[in-house]
Design a protein around this ligand. Structure first.
Ligand code: ATP
Length: 307
């Protein structure tokens, strides 16, 4: 039975490198093209699996070649794919990404098959979900599937919801049902209405999250690490990240969440702060390499004291 169940998205990243972004109506010659595996659900699941967690991904792919390639990739990562549905007549989710030489980017996501993930698909996976030590969800699949997963999982283990991509009015049931709700600073600003959120003003944001019905809250602050506050004492605690030479921060949030799910499920004796400290280290490691899943470290590349 799995340590971590992820109910979430799979997207194929279509990345074009270009000297600059095109103007409306303009056609540019790009510099390089790469295809990658992405989607927050799969990214977080891959991180947890590479650290050594047994994982199951509940997700939805199209019947196109992208879907077939993705399924093969997930199997190579030792992820249980028994609950990945292949949908007929719809394409696998894609993220059309343009990255300029100065590091600027523009992204268009077309969710495709991810929109087909239903409450029934979640019910079909109930046995796997409920026997997992951690349930991990994000906001790239229909809300009803996420809500169903959180409802069936209640009372079974630790549920973590990553409130990304940013949503203005998060369903209060999601906040109530998630044992841990995690967002980055931009998502936290949108949800709390705060401007220029920082570590020093994080307590205000935390208070707002508790008033919205959250249990434990985590806010990530990029190179500065993360703050968390538990429902018990409601005080924001800062855990700094590692100082590293960052080359590409894409997917850092997913590396952090996947690592957090790994530590909570595989090291139940660790405090939440220690889990966050180690997850910061995993995420920091990921920003030292290019790409998203290509940058997530595996257990054998990491120091033994992290395990
Ligand atoms: P992304 O959208 O780029 O995937 P995010 O905005 O969701 O990421 P961040 O808050 O940027 O998430 O980063 C998540 C975690 O990754 C941080 O809490 C930290 O542990 C680590 N991290 C990110 N950037 C850096 C960095 N430059 N140096 C060290 N650690 C970093």
């Amino acid at each position: 039975m799995p340590d971590v169940a992820v109910v979430g998205s799979c997207m194929i990243d279509l990345i074009t490198y270009s000297s600059r972004l095109p103007k409306p109506g303009e056609t540019l010659l790009g510099l390089k093209f790469e295809k990658g595996f992405g989607g927050k659900g799969a990214n977080q699941c891959v991180t947890a699996a590479r650290l050594g967690a047994s994982t199951v991904l509940v997700s939805s792919l199209g019947s196109d070649s992208n879907g077939q390639e993705y399924l093969k990739k997930l199997e190579e990562e030792n992820i249980n794919t028994a609950h990945i549905k292949t949908q007929e007549n719809i394409h696998t989710g894609v993220a059309q990404i343009t990255v300029t030489s100065s590091g600027e980017n523009s992204i268009i996501i077309v969710q495709g098959s991810n929109l087909c993930l239903s409450g029934e698909n979640v019910i079909e996976a109930k046995k796997h979900i409920c026997s997992s030590k951690v349930l991990l969800c994000q906001f790239e699949v229909p809300l009803l599937a996420t809500l169903e997963a959180l409802r069936v999982y209640q009372g079974h283990g630790t549920s973590i919801v990553n409130g990304a991509p940013a949503v203005n009015n998060v369903d209060p049931d999601i906040l109530r049902l998630a044992d841990i709700f995690c967002v980055n600073e931009t998502e936290a600003e949108l949800m709390t209405g705060m401007k220029d959120l920082s570590i020093s003003t994080a307590q205000q944001a935390v208070d707002k999250f508790f008033s919205l019905g959250c249990n434990t809250i985590i806010i990530t602050f990029g190179a500065q690490g993360a703050i968390h506050a538990s429902s018990k004492n409601k005080t924001a605690i800062h855990t700094p990240s590692e100082t590293v030479k960052a080359v590409d921060t894409t997917g850092a949030g997913d590396a952090f969440l996947g690592a957090l799910a790994y530590y909570i499920s595989n090291h139940p004796g660790l405090s939440l702060q220690e889990c966050i400290k180690r997850s910061n280290k995993i995420a920091a490691q990921s920003v030292t390499k290019l790409g998203t899943q290509t940058s997530f470290p595996s257990r054998k590349e990491l120091p033994s004291e992290l395990f």
